[in-house]
Design a protein around this ligand. Sequence first.
Ligand code: PEP
Ligand code: MG
Length: 882
Amino acid sequence: MEVAAGTKLVYEFSEGSRDMRELLGGKGANVAEMTRVLGAERVPAGFTITTEACVAYMKGDRRFPEGLDEQIAAELDRLEEQAGKRLGDPEEPLLVSVRSGARESMPGMLDTILDLGLNDRSVEGLARATGNERFAWDSYRRFVQMFGDVCKGISGERYEEAIAERKKGAGVKLDVELGVDDLKGLTDDFKRLYRGETGEDFPQDPKDQLGAAIRAVFDSWLGERAVHYRRLNRIPDEWGTAVNVQQMVFGNKGDDSCSGVAFSRDEITGEPTPSGDFLPNAQGEDVVSGVRTPNDLSELQDSMPEAYEQLIEIQRTLERHYKDMQDTEFTVEEGRLYMLQTRSAKRPAQAAVRFAVDAVEEGLVTREEALGTIDPGALHALLHPTFAPDADFEVLARGVAASPGAGKGEIVFTAEQAVQAGEQGRDVVLVRPFTEADDVAGFHSARGILTSEGGKASHAALVARGMGKPCVAGASALDIDLEAKELRVDGTVLHEGDRIAIDGTAGVVTVDDVPLEEPGVSDEFHTVLQWADELRKLGVRANADTPGDASKAREFGAEGIGLCRTEHMFMAADRQPKMRAMIMSEDEESRRAALDELLPLQQQDFEGLFEEMRGLPVTIRLLDPPLHEFLPNAEEVAKDLERARMERGEDEEELERLLERVHALSEQNPMLGTRGCRVGVLHPEIYEMQVRAMLRAAATVRERTGESPHLEVMIPLVAYERELEVMRDLVERVAAEESAEELELSLGTMIELPRACFVANRIARVADFFSFGTNDLTQTALGFSRDDIGGDFLNRYMDAKIVDRSPFDTIDRPGVGWLVRLAAWTAREEKPDLALGICGEHGGDPDSIGFFHLAGLDYVSCSPYRVPIARVAAAQAAIGEE
Ligand code: PEP
Ligand code: MG
């Protein structure tokens, strides 16, 4: 592809600005902006070749687009004139750096060449002009090496071999001990290596060097490393990278020179003290490469006080200008300070929050602007224990980062063991190939959950996130053998009781005893959350099933419960047999008898929730999963039966009945089967029991506290308005029987099937509120199974550019999102005051929250630990719209 004739493909730094990031890349745009703000004398001159030129190069079979050579030549002329030096000049040469600069920073992924312009003659000129022969030859040998590596792909090892040989010959140990003659010899070695590998002499014409370096940076965009990084960080391939050509300044000219990196505030804590590293008498690459241990920035104050003061003042200026914490690179050449780069500092959540609060206090930014500097997704780190950031450990396996936080303990393979261990006060990690409803009791007792199957929307992930338990899911390298009670991976075999640690924020597993860090909600974090509350329009509720979850949710600022999944209440050890008896009942009478036993237990559950959420709405969803989920699986029962038959056990008959029932209830596609309100239509007595339990709980709590709970009854998986009508009749009938007509009660439905979205206006006639169940809605709209979709499948789809992230993590705006919009719109046409919420996993995803704000919903509901994130994301959505 060619660019249109006359397109400007090269910009001098003084022509650009921060708003030109797309065209000039992050580095180019910031260097240009810095040149404007600080003046040309502070920033070494140069120019940027646009991302558009890179895109044209990629599409044009790796050929420079028309006009690029000429524009580069013209800019180079201008640069030489400004610098008063020429590239390759044998007297006093101009040297340049050639660096990549994509729209988003991709640290270490793209290529850089320094000291370009040196050749056999200009190296002598550099030596004379600087009076430092060693420096000149060291620069030249580095350049020959970097050029060969970056432009011709010559392996770094070959250079290292040559260096080792030279050091041996000279009888020295370190590179810095090599003298001028050794470096001259080494340069010859490198050039010979270059010739041997490429069949050409090392290019002596600096213009050829420059052309090749620019191509190499463009090519590095297409390199494997960069492509992989883009996949992981969801950076589109089409962006391309810009190339920055900048006059070199030298921090290695003696004791009054240095190179360093500096943050305008502490980069870990965010405290308002500048931080950073520098190396005296060194080039910038030495500081980042770690060859020498750098000094703390504070020491610069003693060694070069004037430059230090200037640097601090410049950082203040840049912060004021960018209204954000800055990360800069600088060089002092013979006492004179140059700024090479500035950008918004990447920072951990703790520093982000501290900066936001301080910056508002200092009058640097408004609250709105401060909130905009925080990445809500990163706030997780402030709410969960994590692996200590400097911990050293070996990774045993990787999986999906399914629920953040870290946990460690002994391996257990069953929920019962987890519960037992919990009672004995032992820390355990529950390890299963995948988890099911039966395992939930074990989650409470475990420090973390590890599975070898499933992804972010798997049962394990969902339940773990809801409880704030760390979870690594789908660690497919693990072979979990439940029979043998072994976990095998890469020749390592771990047994029950062996210790393991997981980090659900990063998705890693290790057997090392990594220290954990326990976080607390700081005063600054509270302040940020308060601002968010003042600015946001969306309400934020929590998905919570127990008083414990509810209290956590309240602590994190939830304004109610948006989803209580009642099925989780039947998983407790004292409930399961009763639930099973209910399902096994052969007639309505015996089923009602079993339900009568469950009712007081369920009532207690609700009382606990209502008490905890006093004054706030509580949405309780009636039973959703298919009944067979409460029974053991067929294989297990068949095995028990076989054993009973062999041993002539007394329970043979009972097991036969159980197996029969399990078979009768089994379905090919249970997620599309007898679940949700379909259970309520087929077995109304179950829903009746639940409604009765809620009403009695509400009455009891009202009596106890004098305050009536705000009860919202929610019906799952409605597709037909008639289903909801039938359910409304049921609820009203039970309310009349319980004489509870005066209780504050509303009735709504989940909207989680495409048909429900299409007929939302009709359903709205029967509903007081809707809550979008975007997990099931995504599953049914896309036909992807939420339990099976895994990392492998999604990675392939991402590679093929079919999706750029999992639709179960972030709402698929054009598809599923459109269904949400359609339903919201038609339902409100029918009933303008209908309350609209969302309680699928997307309710805690910052990007999706932005969408729900735009779709006009009233609230999002997410797991308690995501409530603070949702508060900030909702505020950002409101600010973004103004
Ligand atoms: C949903 O489907 O989005 C939902 C919240 O319900 P569940 O995840 O319990 O199916
Ligand atoms: Mg659902």
